[in-house]
Design a protein around this ligand. Structure first.
Ligand code: ZN
Length: 530
């Protein structure tokens, strides 16, 4: 089984190499394909994800608007995009991934003015927090992270190109709009039917100068504020103002990736109107495709309900960390349900996720510690090969993270039983560890940074004067560093050796009171935080 999978991989690698070698002169249409089949919102089918230039996948994902801390719904999207890019890289596909940072919009301008800050100063704090959150959730950094405010001239040029074709037009207050009736394919992504909507829907009552109700803003002219000052704006050939949100993504995607992307991703809430507008602007300007493949990550529910501040079920990553939940468990829960399925995020689910990670880490430690009898158990070898194949096939099948996870836990179960029965042999271990490493290349939960992340979140709460939100038991639990615990465990081992059982028990009980659990095994002592 392992052999046939390996030869399949070899063949697929040969195919990729051949494609690369033949690309420059060939008349053939050569493409680098991963083995990944991904649902394409545009075509409505699951189809191979292809790097059309034969070199690497050029992908764009809509990033955060940095006016506040990111909530777990936002991070569900960023995490599934992370799963995608990690899996592609594992499959040998180079990735050029762009994620924009929206550092100018109505809320940022309004909040910055209220705080008496420049928009750069105001958004910097949330941008820093966003990157910190990404690190805490083990989300890899995209290759490019452009800020909207650093690509204003590209946005202006794009609007000018549209204006030359009379697709962009200026209204009396100086704002520029996109003429939707010049793009008959409008709605092709979200499959909305706009016939008859024209007169019945007026989205924004302020903009009554628009030629048609559906037309959307490309450039917003500067307005005076209540206090008589002018709000933040740029002086450009289009007049003083600032870009609309949709044009940011079109301009930045094209700037970094060229005009026809291999993949565009985002949360399902962005499909309409944001992505539909991106397509309309970009394709009207270039005359050809904007993105071949579109990936949308579904929303989550929290305890069965839509997440909302008024329902008291709205959580940022930081809220959950301060309540004592581990970053790894949050990551694991947010990615364990495939991206096209709705996830019901519950605290029971978070506990289950925590336990699953503990099981995985304990198993990994058991394999690393070794001490197994010599030889190879063919049944365990077969279970290992099955897990490897199951993991890869599941992710290749529209990123089915639930099945990929199940494949690995089947192996954990089988190998643990064999180890308990004394039938797991030393030559099985290397391949088991290789499969765990493969799994962790995408899931990224094996290495334990949880305590250090929680400490960093508490330090942030202290700086922000939010210590009242920190769960009381956390402070006790984190009072001991890993090194402190290692030292106490060593002292206890020594006490036992010298038959000072009272001291050994006292150390054990003291650690338990601080949330540290010791497990004695024939291979030594393992500890973990509760
Ligand atoms: Zn976007």
């Amino acid at each position: 089984m392992g052999g046939s999978k390996r030869s399949h991989r070899l063949k697929s690698n040969q195919r990729k190499r051949t494609a690369r070698r033949n690309r420059p002169g060939g008349g053939l249409l050569l493409r680098v394909a991963s083995d990944l089949e991904l649902f394409n919102t545009l075509s409505g089918t699951v189809e191979p994800l292809v790097a059309s230039d034969g070199r690497g996948l050029r992908m764009y994902a809509c990033g955060p608007t940095v006016y506040d801390y990111g909530h777990i719904g936002n991070f569900r999207t960023f995490l599934h995009v992370d799963v995608l890019r990690r899996f592609l890289k594992q499959q040998g596909v180079a990735v050029s991934h762009v994620m924009n940072i929206t550092d100018v919009d109505d809320k940022i301008i309004r909040n910055a003015a209220a705080a008496g800050k420049s928009i750069a100063d105001y958004s910097a704090k949330f941008e820093t927090a966003f990157f910190e959150d990404m690190d805490w959730l083990s989300i890899e950094r995209p290759e490019h992270l452009p800020r909207a405010t650093e690509s204003i001239s590209e946005m202006v040029s794009l609007i000018q190109r549209l204006a030359e074709k009379d697709i962009a037009y200026q209204i009396e207050d100086g704002s520029w709009y996109f003429r939707i009736d010049r793009f008959p394919e409008y709605g092709k992504l979200s499959k909305k039917d706009f016939e008859g909507l024209e007169d019945s829907v007026r989205v924004d009552n302020d903009d009554h100068d628009k030629d048609a109700a559906r037309d959307f803003a490309l450039w917003k002219a500067v307005k005076g504020t209540a206090s008589g000052e002018t709000e933040h704006h740029w002086e450009t050939a289009l007049g003083p103002g600032r870009p609309g949100w949709h044009i940011e993504c079109s301009a930045m995607a094209t700037k970094y990736l060229g005009e026809c992307l291999d993949l565009h991703a985002g949360g399902e809430d962005l499909m309409f109107p944001h992505h539909e507008n991106e397509i309309a602007q970009s394709e009207s300007a270039s005359g050809h495709c904007f993105a071949r493949h579109w990936m949308h990550v579904r929303f989550l529910l929290v305890e069965g309900r839509k997440m909302s501040k008024s329902d008291n079920n709205f959580f940022t990553l930081r809220d959950l960390l301060l309540k004592g939940h581990r970053a790894s468990a949050i990551r694991f829960l947010l990615i364990s349900v495939p991206y096209r399925h709705q996830l019901n995020f519950t605290f029971d689910g978070l506990t289950e996720s925590t336990n699953a990670i503990d099981r995985l880490r304990t198993f990994h430690q058991r394999m690393v510690m070794g001490g197994f009898a010599a030889g190879l158990n063919p049944e365990v070898a077969a279970a290992t090969a099955k897990a490897r194949a199951g993991y890869t096939a599941s992710l290749a099948n529209d990123l089915n993270t639930a099945e990929a996870r199940a494949a690995i836990f089947d192996l954990v179960r089988a190998a643990n039983s064999a180890a308990d029965a004394g039938t797991l042999l030393s030559e099985n271990v290397a391949e088991i560890l290789a499969v765990l490493t493969l799994f962790d290349g995408v899931f990224a939960v094996l290495e334990d940074h949880d305590a250090e992340i929680t400490r960093a979140a508490i330090a942030w709460a202290e700086r922000e004067d939010r210590m009242d939100e920190v769960d009381a038991s956390l402070i006790t639990k984190l009072a001991l560093s890993d090194a402190d615990i290692d030292a106490l465990v060593a002292e206890r081992t020594q006490a036992k050796k010298s038959r000072n059982f009272a001291r050994a028990d006292a150390i054990r009980n003291d650690l338990l009171a601080k949330g540290i659990i010791l497990e004695d095994s024939k291979d030594g002592v393992r500890w973990k935080r509760k």
